[in-house]
Design a protein around this ligand. Structure first.
Ligand code: AMP
Length: 458
C-alpha cells in the first residue's frame, strides 16, 4: 500500500533512498502520470541559506536546466515547498560507475568508452560555460544501457563552497580527484580543473586504484601538486602519453579537451553515440519528464486549441513570485511592470473569463501558442492602440499563474483599465494577486497549497 506521505506534490511517488550528499538526499521516484522513473534530490533550504549558497544555487540551477546532453543527467524540473527544494532528475538505473571499478579494473575498450562519454559531456558543458569542478566517482552514473551520465553538472558552486567551508574534509572524504591548483586555492580555470579530474578518472578505470593516494592527507596533496604518479605496466604507451599530458600539474600547459579528442588512443573505436552530440542543445524551454505539461487536462481545456498553457514548475514560481521567501534573491522587483495572479480554476475557465472581459471592454482577442492571449483596443489611444498580453502558466491542471502585461499603448490608459475594469472583473477567478497576502486556512492543505501558501508568506 502506498503511504500518502510518500507522494510529492501529488505528482511523484517517492521510493527508496538512492544516496546522500552533504546538502541533499536523493530518492528514487516515479511520476504518477507517466510512470516514468526519476531521481529526486531533496535539498534543505535551511541548510543552503545557512551557508549562504542561495545565489549560487539559483545561478547554477538555471544553467543546469539548460544543459541537455546524452551523457549529462538531465534536470527535468525543480519544485519547492517552504522548507525544501526538490530537483527532479533523470534516473540512472545502473548506479555509480565506480561500483564496477570496485570489482576490479576495466578492459581498455570499456574504459575508453566511458572516458569518451565523459569527455564529450565535459566538452559540451564547457562550450556552454558550465564547469563541473567536482568530477568524482559519486557523480559518474550509468543508465540502463550502460551509458555514462555525469550528475551534478551545474551544482558545482555547492561543491566549491563546501570546500571553502571546510565541510569537504569531514563529509566528502578524499580529494583525490581535485587538481593541484584547486588544492592551492588560487584562482583557477574551471575547464582545466575538470580536465585533471577526468585524467584521474581515466587512470582509476584502467588501473582499478587511484593515481594519488596516501594515508597521510598532506602527503597526498604533495603528490598531487607534483603530479607524482606511476602507470602500471599494463597501461598501453598511448594511454601513458595521454595521462601525462592530462595530469600536468601546470594548468597552463595541461592538454585541452580538443587535443584529448585528437589523441590516437581517444579516437580508437570512437564511440559513436546514437543520441550523440548532434542532439545536444541548449534550450531555454522546460522539458518536463513528468509529462505534467498538459497531462490531466480536462476535455474542456484541450478544446482551447491554441491556448495551451505551458507548464510552470515551482522554480519558475520562485523566480516569478515576490512573496516567496527566496524570491528577493531571484528577481529585481524594481523593474517589474507586469501584474500576476494565481487561480485555482482550470485553464478553460480562465480563458473564457478573459474573453468575457475583453468583450466588455470592446477589445479584440487574439489567441497565440503557449497559453498567450492578446487583447487589442479598437481605437487609437494616446500612444497607439492599447494592447495587453495575458499569459497563462500551468502549475497543475487546476492551478495556474496568469501574467498581465501591456505590450503596446499608453501606460496610464493600461493601468486605468487594469484597476477599474480588469481587476474587479477577474475577482471571482483570482485566488491571490501577486504581492497581496491572503490568510490561509491551515486545515486540509495539499502539497500544492503548501507551495502556494509558501509563496504568500513573508
Ligand atoms: P549526490 O548528492 O548528487 O552526490 O547524490 C548522492 C548519491 O545518490 C549518488 O552518489 C548516487 O549514488 C545517487 N544518485 C544521485 N543522482 C542520481 C540519479 N540521477 N540516478 C540514480 N542515482 C543517483
Amino acid at each position: 500500500m502506498e503511504n500518502k506521505s510518500n507522494v510529492l506534490m501529488q505528482r511523484y511517488e517517492l521510493g527508496r533512498l538512492l544516496g546522500k550528499g552533504t546538502f541533499a538526499k536523493v530518492y528514487y521516484a516515479r511520476s504518477m502520470s507517466t510512470n516514468q522513473s526519476v531521481a529526486i534530490k531533496v535539498i534543505d533550504k535551511d541548510k543552503i541559506l545557512r551557508v549562504g549558497l542561495v545565489d549560487q544555487v539559483k545561478r547554477e540551477i538555471s544553467v543546469m536546466k539548460m544543459v541537455k546532453h546524452p551523457n549529462v543527467i538531465r534536470l527535468y524540473e525543480i519544485m519547492a515547498t517552504k522548507t525544501k527544494i526538490y530537483f527532479v532528475m533523470e534516473y540512472a538505473k545502473g548506479g555509480e560507475l565506480f561500483n564496477k571499478v570496485a570489482k576490479g579494473k576495466l578492459k581498455e575498450d570499456v574504459a575508453r568508452k566511458y572516458f569518451q562519454q565523459l569527455i564529450n559531456a565535459v566538452d559540451f558543458c564547457h562550450s556552454r560555460g558550465v564547469y563541473h569542478r567536482d568530477i568524482k566517482p559519486e557523480n559518474l552514473l550509468l543508465d540502463e544501457n550502460d551509458n555514462l551520465k555525469v550528475s551534478d553538472f551545474g551544482l558545482s558552486a555547492l561543491a566549491e563552497s563546501k570546500w571553502q567551508d571546510g565541510l569537504l574534509h569531514t563529509t566528502c572524504g578524499t580529494p583525490a580527484y581535485v587538481a593541484p591548483e584547486v588544492i592551492g586555492r588560487k584562482g583557477y580555470d574551471g575547464a582545466k580543473a575538470d580536465i585533471w579530474s577526468c585524467g584521474v578518472v581515466l587512470y582509476v578505470l584502467l588501473a582499478g586504484y587511484l593515481p594519488f593516494h596516501d594515508s597521510n592527507l598532506m602527503e597526498m596533496y604533495r603528490k598531487i601538486g607534483k603530479a607524482q604518479f606511476k602507470c602500471p605496466n599494463w597501461f598501453p604507451a598511448e594511454v601513458r602519453r595521454l595521462l601525462f599530458k592530462i595530469l600536468d600539474p601546470n594548468p597552463s600547459t595541461r592538454i585541452s579537451i580538443a587535443k584529448i579528442k585528437e589523441s590516437s588512443w581517444f579516437r580508437k573505436g570512437f564511440y559513436s553515440n546514437k543520441t550523440g552530440t548532434e542532439k545536444d542543445e541548449v534550450s531555454s524551454t522546460d522539458t518536463d519528464a513528468s509529462g505534467s505539461c498538459g497531462n490531466g487536462s480536462t476535455a474542456a481545456e484541450s478544446k482551447q486549441d491554441s491556448v495551451v498553457p505551458p507548464n510552470l514548475n515551482a522554480f519558475d514560481i520562485i523566480s516569478l513570485s515576490a512573496g516567496f521567501d527566496l524570491s528577493g534573491l531571484f528577481e529585481d522587483n524594481s523593474q517589474k511592470r507586469e501584474t500576476r495572479f494565481t487561480s485555482r480554476q482550470p485553464a478553460s475557465i480562465i480563458i473564457s473569463k478573459l474573453e468575457d472581459i475583453a468583450k466588455q471592454l470592446r477589445m479584440k482577442v487574439k489567441k497565440k501558442d503557449g497559453g498567450l492571449m492578446r487583447f487589442e483596443g479598437l481605437k487609437e489611444g494616446r500612444k497607439g492602440i492599447l494592447s495587453i498580453d495575458a499569459e497563462i502558466f500551468q502549475v497543475t491542471p487546476s492551478f495556474h499563474l496568469i501574467e498581465l502585461k501591456k505590450s503596446n499603448g499608453d501606460t496610464m490608459e493600461y493601468q486605468k483599465i487594469l484597476k477599474e475594469d480588469m481587476r474587479p472583473a477577474l475577482q471571482d477567478i483570482v485566488w491571490v494577486w501577486q504581492g497581496e497576502h491572503q490568510v490561509q486556512p491551515q486545515q486540509h492543505l495539499q502539497p500544492q497549497d503548501q507551495l502556494q501558501q509558501a509563496q504568500q508568506q513573508e
